[in-house]
Design a protein. Sequence first.
Length: 157
Amino acid sequence: MQMAEVRSLHTGLRVLQRNKTQIGSCYFSFAVPIEIEDENWEAWMCEDRETGAVNAVNLELGFTGGVFFGASETTLFDFLLEQLTEDYGPPQRRWKDCHNPLGNLVVQYRWYFPSTIITLLERDPARNWSMVRFERYIDRREYGPGICHTPPVDLPE
């Protein structure tokens, strides 16, 4: 679906960035405000750079004070993992021995379905930064959520 079509369907969509920006694997400028457990989050509409089609939705902690990734007041990672497991079954893969370029621990769980991949990422446990991503399934090599010292673990179903 093209971003123009998404904008016509969702009146709550708002501009986060006047110029599109890339954070992680999400290239975006629009988001829908949402609430998760009494905390302000956003559903970022991630676009394909070439076609402009929305190719994923990232649920991210709200854009607070003009800065992305303000510290979360709650530890939602465990809550999100529990909810996603309840809704979709146990995750199929976990990356756990990874860190981002700042040296912060990164943990990622993934669920794979024929047409969709769901990712739960804990960017920085100390600041309670978590993200959930829903994207179209594409069969491609995975390199992990940062610098990973061990390969992912395929979890039993």
